[in-house]
Design a protein around this ligand. Structure first.
Ligand code: 13P
Length: 236
């Protein structure tokens, strides 16, 4: 069964997040949809949501600590309050805009792995690397796996080419298939695709070999579109 995940990034308020999650929860329940669905809201919107077991709420980010002096960060003491056991690590916006290094990501990965979190670990190349070709693209991606234990049983990987994120430019089916095939040779875990996924292209993407689901930004913030994409996911 394919997976679908919504990354809210810096969008939605506490009240709109609650109504979004309630709507999705009801939708899954009333349609008996059993696919795994993840929602990553902002940390200020965390709450004790009462969801069906296949709807998981995760953190977009957290520091590798229980608590302490890390101004602006949250740790597992704060996540535990809401029973959050899922985290996104390595998203390109955190790598490129927030300047998290591979070493930071490795420390974070190992910490959350030691606590048994489900980790969605993101990789993906910027445009200038992609323009150099497939070999360079794969070389870049392998570096993003440095220090990351790929045998961890609660690992999900997401391939998100940076040039396809929030741009409306989707990687072609062939581009996705080539990279997914190579990554799947290294890992036996689910592999998601992310980058300008929308209701109109989702089915085609889900049919590509080695695509186990999607990680969606922009179009998933609209609850009606996200419902539509959950429905498509449940049928593919
Ligand atoms: P978009 O769907 O807006 O391209 O974002 C993808 C993404 O970054 C999900 O993590």
């Amino acid at each position: 069964m394919k997976i679908i995940a919504s990354n809210f990034k810096t969008n939605h308020t506490r009240s709109s997040t609650k109504s979004f999650i309630d709507t999705i929860n009801q939708f899954l329940e009333s349609n008996q949809i059993k696919n795994e669905v993840f929602v990553f809201p902002t940390a200020t919107s965390f709450d004790n949501f009462n969801t069906v077991s296949n709807l998981k709420i995760g953190a977009q980010n957290a520091y590798y600590t229980k608590n302490g002096s890390f101004t602006g960060e949250i740790g597992t003491e704060q996540l535990d309050e809401f029973d959050i056991k899922t985290i996104l690590i390595g998203h390109s916006e955190r790598r490129h805009i927030l300047k998290e290094s591979q070493k930071d990501l490795t420390l974070k990965y190992n910490y959350y792995k030691s606590l048994g979190y489900t980790i969605i670990y993101c990789v993906g190349e910027p445009l200038e690397v992609r323009e150099k070709g497939l070999t360079e693209t794969l070389g870049y991606i392998w570096e993003q796996f440095e220090g990351i234990d790929l045998s961890y049983d609660k690992l999900i990987v997401a391939y998100e080419p940076v040039w396809a994120i929030g741009t409306g430019v989707v990687a072609t089916a062939q581009e996705i298939a080539q990279v997914h095939k190579k990554i799947k040779k290294k890992i036996s875990h689910p592999l998601l695709y992310g980058g300008s996924v929308k209701p109109e292209n989702l089915e085609e993407i889900l049919k590509i070999d080695n695509v186990d689901g999607t990680l969606i930004g922009t179009t998933s913030w609209d609850v009606e579109q996200f419902k539509q994409m959950i429905e498509i996911t449940s049928k593919n």
